[in-house]
Design a protein around this ligand. Structure first.
Ligand code: BJW
Length: 235
């Protein structure tokens, strides 16, 4: 059984990382749609860097750890003997820390920086400013920006995502509001006979496309669902 999982901010909420569109989804009064754009970065790079510096520092705290949902996905993948792809919209590294292997971070990673001249990506754990040079650009004109995908930019891995979705037997969406495209449209690319399961606290604009909807906390419902799936697979 070929499994494709799509995760969003809801899976990391119980690890202490705020979601984008929840009650506490504003950052200093700004909506993510106002900050996560190339235009915002051009107009006010200090503000955009502050947003990502704060989130990077938050993620680096010792108490920010994967929760039972991240761990259950890593454990399931470790025993699964067919294709498994974990697509995450999250820029946190909690799936990596949990031990998942085949991860596609389609909106990039907070712990990486990208050169504005060469697009080369390097690991990065420190604060950035509009003047932080790329240590590796020969021209010395390159500056570093967070390696995250802003509105209007192309997410990573779209070809791989499309191929995996088109071949999926099971598509599992966890903790995503399904309002940001192209991620929200991946479920529509799965074949007719694909089992499509949504785990979320609330209904989403895509809920009707799923064959099963499970309402509840990811930390409870993901381990429960994957355990059920494993017992179905062994029958
Ligand atoms: C729980 C829970 C718990 C809570 N347990 N559940 C008009 C129409 C359609 C599309 C467009 C349009 N105008 C423009 C567009 C395109 C645009 C877009 O989608 N805009 C919409 C806002 C309308 N998209 C783009 O620009 C993308 N690029 C693009 O389209 O390129 C062209 C292209 C064309 C064709 C093919 C391919 C490409 C780029 C989008 C980049 C998004 N970037 C961000 C920021 C990343 C960096 C950062 O982190 O700062 O990505 S925005 C932000 O939203 C972030 C997230 O990954 C993304 C999705 O949010 P997510 O994860 O769903 O979080 P929330 O907060 O929205 O939802 C949390 C959910 O969890 C909720 O449902 C809760 O109920 C649930 N939950 N706790 C279970 N404990």
């Amino acid at each position: 059984m070929k499994v494709v999982v799509l995760t969003g901010a809801g899976i990391s909420a119980e690890s202490g990382i705020p979601t984008f569109r929840g009650a506490e989804g504003l950052w200093e009064g700004h909506r993510v749609e106002e900050i996560a754009t190339p235009t915002a970065f051009q107009k006010n790079p200090e503000l955009v860097h502050q947003f990502y510096n704060a989130r990077r520092r938050h993620l680096l705290q010792d108490h920010i750890l994967p929760n039972a949902a991240h761990t259950a996905l890593a454990d399931y993948e470790a025993t699964h003997d067919d294709e498994f792809l974990l697509i995450t919209q999250n820029v946190d590294n909690l799936h990596f820390v949990a031990g998942s292997q085949n991860i596609l971070p389609m909106h990039g990673q907070l712990m990486e920086a990208k050169c504005t001249e060469t697009d080369k990506v390097i690991p990065w754990h420190l604060d950035l400013t509009p003047h932080t040079p790329d240590p590796e650009t020969p021209s010395r004109r390159g500056r570093l920006r967070p390696n995250v995908v802003w509105f209007g930019e192309m997410p990573y891995g779209m070809d791989k995502i499309r191929r995996a979705a088109q071949n999926a037997d099971l598509f599992l969406a966890i903790g995503t509001s399904a309002v940001v495209y192209p991620a929200a449209g991946i479920v529509q690319q799965t074949p007719k006979n694909c089992r499509r399961v949504e785990i979320n606290l609330d209904a989403t604009p895509q809920s009707e496309v799923f064959t099963e909807t499970i309402r509840g906390l990811a930390s409870i419902e993901v381990p429960k669902f994957l355990k059920r799936l494993q017992s179905e697979e062994t029958i």
